[in-house]
Design a binder for this molecule. Structure first.
Ligand SMILES: C[S@@+](CC[C@H](N)C(=O)[O-])C[C@H]1O[C@@H](n2cnc3c(N)ncnc32)[C@H](O)[C@@H]1O
Length: 225
């Protein structure tokens, strides 16, 4: 990712956030990249390493299970889940990103949709065995994050799990962004939506410079509410 792309994305984000529009900047960042992946600050054209690690550790047979990828970006995570046997639906608020996914993976069986997490199709409620979310929560201002977590939780079928990957911080550390690193207690908001934490990893990644990452796995109760 070149600095020019990062600086341009920052300018676009700042402009929209200052105008009280916290969601409008993503599509503009994708548009401004002109199909150059290296101009998208969060895209690296490979599946999320934490997701890969988690999938490879699991002994579960995922074949036929329904997965949803929230804020799917350029589609690498959705494609990885599909490779592991999931039936995958993936969505992003940016129609440019989902069109780009279809172009990158023309033979994919993943269903890509342009959709806003806060106005998702009603038929996605209580439907998915597995939901994956990387770096979307941390891209939203603090007042939207609890609402986003509630919406993510309601996608899960009873007994389903959500895996969240995000930058992490301690509560006393500055809450500046985007991206806004999350605290562990912030992620515990999932508990209020009927989920329980199954595991939590708090680690430094291997990037240079190294970044603190959280990976939380949360499960919805088996009992239908
Ligand atoms: C930081 S990027 C991460 C993208 C991808 N998950 C990844 O790890 O490469 C955040 C993504 O969330 C999407 N997004 C932001 N707000 C959204 C919303 N309300 N509904 C759906 N997608 C959203 C953005 O368009 C962007 O693709």
């Amino acid at each position: 990712m070149d600095d020019t792309g990062r600086q341009r994305a920052r300018r676009i984000a700042d402009h929209h956030l200052a105008g009280g529009d916290p969601l409008g900047w993503f599509d503009e960042v994708y548009a401004s990249a002109g199909e150059d992946i290296s101009a998208i600050p969060w895209a690296d054209a490979r599946p999320n390493p934490q997701l890969v690690q988690w999938l490879e550790k699991g002994e579960t047979n995922w074949a036929g299970q329904q997965a949803l990828v929230v804020g799917c970006g350029l589609g690498d995570d959705a494609e990885e889940l599909s490779r592991h046997g999931f039936d995958v639906t993936a969505f992003d608020i940016s129609p440019i990103s989902t069109a780009w996914c279809r172009k990158r993976f023309p033979d994919s069986t993943v269903e890509y949709h342009a959709a806003d997490l806060f106005q998702a199709p009603a038929q996605w409620a209580n439907r998915f065995d597995f939901v994956f979310e990387a770096y979307t929560l941390q891209s939203l201002p603090g007042d939207l994050r609890p609402l986003a977590m509630g919406d993510i939780a309601q996608f899960l079928a009873p007994g389903g799990t959500v895996l969240v990957v995000a930058r992490g911080r301690d509560p006393h550390e500055p809450d500046t962004g985007p991206p806004w690193p999350l605290t562990r207690s912030e992620l515990a908001t999932f508990n209020a939506h009927g989920l329980v934490e199954l595991s939590f990893v708090d680690d430094m990644d291997g990037d240079d410079p190294s970044t603190r990452r959280f990976m939380g796995l949360y499960r919805k109760s088996d009992k239908a509410f």
